[in-house]
Design a protein around this ligand. Structure first.
Ligand SMILES: *[C@@H]1O[C@H](CO)[C@@H](O)[C@H](O)[C@H]1NC(C)=O
Ligand SMILES: [Ca+2]
Ligand SMILES: [Ca+2]
Length: 378
């Protein structure tokens, strides 16, 4: 990293000291005011895009490790990935997202440097979208069936939010992400042991799978006879049929004082009150669905999309755009359980962030889309 740890720690302390006014979050969110707050307040880095593997983040184009995954897993999958039995009834359910036209992005970006603007007219063909983030249980089915080894397992480490770590694990770590010191590279952290060797998936099988890279997500979706959604599809689906709203359910963060997403309440990164019921991930089925029947589009786990990252967008009207032809980072959408307005006001449909395709972290997962409903779901 360019910045010395001392500098970033100072920045961190300064930002941390200014968090006092976040108590007003509730008061401001109950107004029906869609006007975004100033960029200087919410454009602060959450470290969301700092979690790139060394040697890849500064390189030119990064390597896609599983280019043949689509062919391989589709061909070898003679059986449906999972029988739609009662036990696995939730597995891979999808909803039809009707074709339509929407305004992608916004002319009133809360975080302009993320490329949230400009607003542009986008036509979307009908497609299917996973109702839920892909869960640990589903990912386990995939790994059992294919022997897939995730990139975090190959690299033998992954980024974990410090607040989740045991003292024992924390004490062994000396290095941190300069721009976001609450991210710790943890040895042997991966989807099966999200906080390192002394953790497991017990009681979390219905939570979103984490520590999956973009390449892992592509491999999973191919195996399930699906694909990753494009950013445009994801954003269109996030809006749930509503126009020009901040969140999948409207403009109020807490309609009738109810939580509609798993984000962070309290002071980031020091104290998460868990007012929404969860200080970490929630089951993928938690919280009310949006107008299309999709759960946890914002909050809980960030979700990979198919697109390469760019912050420059044409205002031209487009049909089923697929993003830049090449790039270094992939787009992720929706924010996570770690997002607080002060640091990461990215639990909005137009919000976006990015990581290299081999990156993984304890707040990053995915869901799949499809042009046609896979046969095993019909
Ligand atoms: C995956 O395989 C392990 C070991 O055989 C088994 O215990 C587990 O139940 C399997 N998981 C699924 C989701 O089928
Ligand atoms: Ca929460
Ligand atoms: Ca999500």
């Amino acid at each position: 990293m360019m910045h010395g740890l001392a500098v970033s720690l100072l920045t961190f302390i300064l930002i941390y000291a200014s968090l006092g006014n976040e108590i007003e979050e509730k008061a401001t969110s109950v107004t029906e005011d869609p006007k975004p707050h100033s960029a200087s307040e919410e454009g602060r880095s959450c470290g969301c895009n700092s979690l790139n593997r060394a040697g890849v983040s500064s390189g030119s184009e990064s390597k896609v490790l599983f280019p043949e995954a689509a062919v391989k897993y589709t061909r070898e999958a003679n059986e449906p990935p999972v029988k739609n039995t009662k036990e696995t009834a939730r597995f891979n359910q999808m909803v039809l997202i009707p074709r339509g036209v929407f305004m992608m992005g916004t002319d009133e970006p809360a975080i302009p440097q993320d490329g949230e603007g400009p607003a542009r007219r986008v036509h979307i063909q009908q497609f299917y979208m996973d109702m839920y983030e892909v869960s640990n249980l589903e990912f386990e089915h995939f790994v059992n069936a294919t022997g897939h080894v995730t990139e975090a397992e190959k690299f033998r480490d992954s980024f974990v939010f410090e607040g989740l770590l045991s003292e024992k694990v924390k004490n062994k770590i000396t290095q941190a992400v300069a721009a976001a010191p609450w991210w710790m590279p943890v040895k042997e952290a991966n989807w099966r042991q999200p906080e390192g060797p002394d953790s497991s998936l017990a009681d979390r099988l219905e939570h979103p799978v984490l520590h999956v890279s973009w390449n892992d997500a592509v491999a999973y979706c191919a195996w399930a006879k699906k694909r990753l959604p494009t950013e445009a599809e994801w954003e269109y689906a996030c809006r749930g049929g509503l126009e020009n709203r901040l969140f999948p359910w409207g403009n109020k963060l807490l309609p009738k004082n109810q939580h509609y997403a798993n984000i962070w309440q309290g002071d980031f990164p020091g104290h998460n009150t868990g007012e929404d019921g969860y200080t970490e991930t929630s089951p993928v089925t938690a919280f009310p669905p949006n107008g299309y029947g999709l759960y946890n589009m914002v909050g809980n786990a960030w979700e990979w999309t198919a697109d390469w990252w760019s912050v420059h967008h044409s205002t031209d009207e487009t049909h089923n755009p697929t993003g830049p032809a090449t790039g270094k980072d992939k787009v992720k959408k929706g924010g996570s359980y770690m997002c607080h307005k002060s640091y990461c006001y990215r639990y909005r449909c137009v919000a976006r962030s990015q990581n290299t395709p081999d990156s993984s972290a304890s707040n990053l997962g995915f869901r799949c889309a499809a042009d046609q409903l896979p046969d095993y779901l019909q």
